[in-house]
Design a protein around this ligand. Structure first.
Ligand code: UDX
Length: 432
């Protein structure tokens, strides 16, 4: 099938290349000409394991191409995926849909034969209805179908998540295009993915409700971890004991720093905003947002307590600063709150991250980047394991830094407390 992905950000690029790998002819479009030229040269703008190899393979065998000419690309395609960003509106909490509607306007001028127009971007309930209205101004209704097909890709695992999804959700009120979509996804359905066909509005809401639920699950275990710390209980035991109940499930039940990333913070805010519009109070999600916002200050208080309230001039090392492992994404990472707050209190901070230097800390006083783990640990008073990269999972701290013993605050519960303590280090973790 001939597909066109509009927007070569995370969603568009990963989905586009994966569709091309399934044998479709895919053209990825972006208005940023520099980005398109770089992609043609094999330069991938994001860090995602396996993506570069897959792009180069499919670009070479001509299943994948790149263009900045939206209209021609759309005219030559049958299925169009809208994959542009839907960030939070400046100064508000609802999703900014400007990019979506601008694309819809462009599309309305490019429909030369029947097209399936799909929103893959995360869009609030009724966005599909609005896109349909825009397209109808210049085209008759039998020339297009507007469908919602939300993505559930995790950064760092995106190719695997695309190839082996738990479910494919198609929100469409049109029988013909539903059949075409089922056919497009048939290689994934035959490998075990559930195909869920719903109304368009339901598909839009499934995405937000899923992300809000996962954010709730994480926040729930984070609060339980707070209680564990006060009662001498190991939160890992609680996660195992709860997770084995099939109704609960063990995934997304790992206590840690505040959740971050490009989706959970933005989508929880946006679903509240949609609910407000429809005069519905989503009180659970509201308190999840509040609890998560408060999470970094709880962890910072613990840092202060660990350092016996003497933070000034203490050398603190952050291992990992991204919001999670296997990504270079800093969006809404809790390190963006914790590092500046500690710097303000006079701490001297070094950080190491496998994805390198971060501009975000460039202007923060007394914060420097080290390009090896070893260098970042040297002279440290407190080492904070912030992100669960594999690189940090089997460090022999004793051999790495001779002499001085630092304190370790493992915010991802990577290490066994007894083993680390046996090496002579003071060790703190989350909820235990
Ligand atoms: C998320 C959704 O999982 C994905 O389906 C959606 O399409 C996009 O948003 P992503 O933002 O890549 O994906 O990250 P995810 O792996 O879900 O983690 C989000 C945050 O939750 C991270 O900060 C992570 O550290 C935290 N988290 C996750 C926990 O603290 N504990 C857990 O058990 C799981």
């Amino acid at each position: 099938m001939k597909l066109c992905m509009i927007g070569t950000g995370y969603v568009g690029l990963v989905s586009g290349v994966c569709f091309s790998d399934l044998g479709n002819d895919v053209i990825c479009v972006d208005k940023d000409i520099n980005k398109i030229n770089s992609l043609k040269k094999g330069k991938i703008p994001i860090y995602e394991p396996g993506l570069s190899e897959l792009v180069n393979k499919n670009y070479k065998n001509k299943k994948l191409s790149f263009s900045s000419d939206l209209r021609t690309s759309v005219k030559n395609s049958d299925i169009i995926f809208i994959c542009v960003g839907t960030p939070t509106k400046k100064g508000g909490s609802s999703a900014d849909l400007n990019q979506i509607y601008n694309v819809a306007k462009e599309l309305s001028l490019s429909i030369n034969k029947f097209k399936i127009i799909i929103t893959k971007s995360t869009v609030p309930v009724t966005t599909g209805d609005e896109i349909e209205k825009i397209l109808s101004k210049k085209n008759s209704k039998n020339k297009f179908a507007v469908i919602s097909n939300p993505e559930f890709l995790r950064e760092g695992e995106a190719i695997r998540d695309f190839t082996y999804p738990d479910r494919v959700v198609i929100g469409s009120n049109d029988i013909k295009s539903n059949k075409i979509m089922k056919n497009l996804y048939s290689p994934l359905i035959s490998k075990g993915a559930q195909y869920v066909h719903t109304s368009r509005r339901a598909a839009e809401l499934i995405k937000y409700a899923s992300n809000a639920f996962l954010a709730t699950k994480i926040t729930f275990i984070n609060e339980i971890a707070n209680l564990c710390e006060k009662t001498g209980i190991d939160v890992e035991d609680i996660s195992i004991g709860m997770g084995l109940d099939k109704r609960i499930g063990s995934r997304f039940l790992r206590a840690g720093p505040a959740y971050g990333g490009s989706c959970f913070p933005k989508d929880t805010r946006a679903i509240i905003s949609t609910a407000d519009k429809f005069k519905t109070n989503l009180s659970v999600i509201k308190s999840v947002i509040k609890s998560n916002q408060n999470r970094s200050s709880i962890l910072l208080k613990r840092v202060h307590a660990i350092l016996k309230n003497k933070v000034k001039n203490k050398k603190i090392t952050f291992l990992g600063v991204t919001f999670k492992a296997n990504t270079d994404d800093m969006r809404d990472s809790s390190s963006l709150i914790m590092i500046p707050a500690l710097s303000k209190k006079g701490a001297l901070i070094k950080y190491y991250d496998p994805t390198g230097f971060k501009k975000d800390f460039e202007k923060i006083k007394n914060v420097s980047y080290e390009n090896t783990i070893k260098k970042s640990l040297e002279g440290s008073d407190l080492v904070i394991i912030h992100t669960e990269w594999n690189d940090f999972k089997s460090l022999n701290f004793k051999n790495m830094v001779k002499g001085k013993k630092f304190i370790i605050y493992d915010m991802r519960n990577i290490y066994s407390p007894s083993k680390i303590k046996a090496q002579g280090f003071k060790y703190f973790s989350i909820g235990r």
